[in-house]
Design a protein around this ligand. Sequence first.
Ligand code: SAH
Length: 466
Amino acid sequence: MAKGKKNQKKPHNRQKAEKGRPPQQQPKTTEVTCTGLTDDGKGIATWKGKRLEVPHLLPGEKAEVAVPKRGPAKVVKILEANENRQKAPCPYFYECGGCQIQHMTQTAQYDFKQGVVDRLMKPFGKPEPIMTMEEPFGYRNKNTMTFGEGKKRQVIGGLYAANSHDLIEVDRCLIHDPKADAIIGTIKKMLSSFKLQAYNEDTGRGFLRHVLIKVGKTSGQVMVVLVTGTPEFKGKNNFLKALRRDHPEITTIIQNINTRRDSMVLGNQEKVLFGKGFITDTLGGLEFEISSRSFYQINPVQTEKLYGKAVELAGLSGKETVIDAYCGIGTIGLIASKQAGNVIGVEMNKGAVKDAIRNSKHNHVKNARFHQDDAGEFMTKMAAAGEKADVVILDPPRSGSDEAFLSSVAKLAPSRVVYVSCNPETQARDLHYLTKQGYNVQEIQPVDMFPQTYHVETVVLLTKKS
Ligand code: SAH
């Protein structure tokens, strides 16, 4: 009741202002015109004098939009369409939270990302044209689907809806590796024949929570991780036999036990049920071991281009001391080590550092050392000890780097800094700092690492002012 009263007092469109009209008959939608895009690909409009962000709306478009009290506005009907609009190839696109810009043609997606980078980097120069991906679907090497119970306790296997914790049934995600979804489909069917339940988030009971599949794109190896809510696995041997019979491409199967009540996919306890417990993949001519937990770039085709560019910009001659900061499992540093004097990697995550050390041994790399530390603190210590570096490569998380790190870069005085970033906004902030500390931006290269989503990666070369 109170709701209706409030609506009458504050009508949110023309019709609602009509006197005496009962609230339940009032139209729930409003007409808007889109004037631009946010950096995460939403349409910008004005409603009741305020800025309104509308997912799936393009500049110049007129649309009928529903504006709920809570949660994002929703396009109900496009009245005038932008010429760059396309029907999303994925039928789940408008519900699912995974991709944001499938309603833009591929060219429009590139223009959008280029526009974001061009605007943010304007103070530093003109970015190169974005490195595109020839086949912008099926690129993911890490694929997860979540399992749960529906109202009638039926199994649901799929992905979360946008901005919510509701599972939607999905049998094919167009950016997943098709091999992965085929295996997940088989597992979904097998659950009922093996009388295994999906996990129920409300009760915390049930067996299967997630299936995570990692694929080595060059090696062809496939890892299946069954994330379960209990350690018991009824009918395990027959289950594994049946799964491997249908999918001989599987090279290792792991049971990961996650009894936590949160939305993190992996738990801490793991059993290798079949194979070695890891897969390998080749990147930049080196072979990397990938475990269920290791961080590894999810688009291997574009990663080759990204790392290739980063190493090219490092301008190595075989003598340099190179710092690979925020190095993860050491991929960039190890690839650069072939052309460097020596490489010093620093990374906060203990498991990743272990992986980096193992990967350097596996590839017979003798000139790389990896340290577990906060990158900023590590660099501060190096600077205080009066050490020098010729090249600093950094690839920080979305939040960017920090002042401890950036001020130490200035003290270590490398002639080149190569800054790889998955968030051009924080990168631009850090570039402002570095350009005040005696560096010039020389080249800015955007790379489309995540087609169909709003994300964009950039590599920037800075050189020391002489
Ligand atoms: N260069 C790697 C990883 C990049 S992801 C690759 O391309 O694969 C960013 C990495 O920074 C993650 O591995 C994360 O664990 C690490 N990290 C985050 N904050 C850090 C900090 N303060 N110091 C060091 N490493 C950090």
